[in-house]
Design a protein around this ligand. Structure first.
Ligand SMILES: Cc1cc2nc3c(=O)[nH]c(=O)nc-3n(C[C@H](O)[C@H](O)[C@H](O)COP(=O)(O)O)c2cc1C
Length: 222
């Protein structure tokens, strides 16, 4: 029998709640978000309180914490421009992605300071990060202030996907080739571990033409 510690969530202070949540909700994918400010300066920062939340149209959501009343540069830029790009962070981009989380003053561009190579986007002003294997151009759909106001959920509609042909064959993204980096609790990151194959027991949304892949081979690692 497992033994369980009981933690009463009512009355938890913010730091304890954060420590518990980032330990319990793992592994988390990382949205490496690029935005531009009113002067056109490019900002980049990583966010792991992130996922996809809708498929029709495709939508992503990210939770950005405010520092008191002061918005992080990413949040301020998203509110002002209503545009952002989610660049998928992989193992090869970990060092630059992690470094871009340092607090640079708002007038300093992380992408300039860290020499992060950029590519133009097609439907939004913020550029894409060239080293990232997948970039998703997003327009802000809505934002929702949560709880006592410390957290805001920004929901963006994906208006364009850019997928490296190293990871995308025109149908599917190959997770092993993608080699995503994930966030764990504390200072830890992880890469993909063992991959399991279990047949899907339900059709995916909109999956009228769905081909059941019961015996799909497990993607190979080198
Ligand atoms: C891997 C990683 C994940 C992070 N996830 C979040 C997050 O989900 N929400 C958040 O508000 N900050 C998160 N941060 C902290 C921001 O990246 C950090 O506050 C950054 O300085 C914000 O930059 P900006 O002011 O340029 O927007 C994360 C940092 C790292 C390294």
């Amino acid at each position: 029998m497992k033994k369980f510690a009981f933690v009463d969530a009512l009355g938890l202070d913010t730091a304890e709640a954060y420590r518990l949540l980032v330990g319990c909700v793992v592994p988390r994918p990382i949205a490496w978000i690029t935005t531009v400010d009113a002067e056109g300066r490019v900002n980049a920062a990583p966010f792991s309180s992130y996922n996809y939340v809708a498929t029709d149209p495709p939508m992503l959501a990210v939770n950005i914490t405010s520092k008191g009343d002061v918005l992080k540069d990413t949040a301020r830029n998203i509110r002002e421009s209503r545009e952002f790009v989610v660049n998928v962070a992989d193992v090869s981009t970990m060092a630059a992605m992690h470094a871009s989380a340092s607090e640079y003053p708002p007038d300093v561009s992380e992408t300039d300071a860290l020499n992060i190579e950029l590519l133009p986007s097609t439907r939004v002003r913020p550029p894409r990060i060239a080293a990232s294997p997948i970039q998703m151009e997003c327009k802000l759909d809505q934002f929702i202030v949560l709880g006592k106001g410390r957290n805001t959920l920004y929901i963006g509609e994906v208006v364009a996907f850019h997928l490296s042909t190293d990871v995308y064959d025109g149908q599917r993204v190959d997770s092993v080739a993608l080699n995503p980096i994930a966030r764990l609790g504390g200072p830890f990151y992880s890469a993909l571990g063992e991959i399991f194959n279990r047949p899907m027991l339900q059709r995916p949304p909109g999956g009228e033409g769905w081909i059941h892949q019961a015996n799909a081979p497990i993607p190979k690692k080198d």
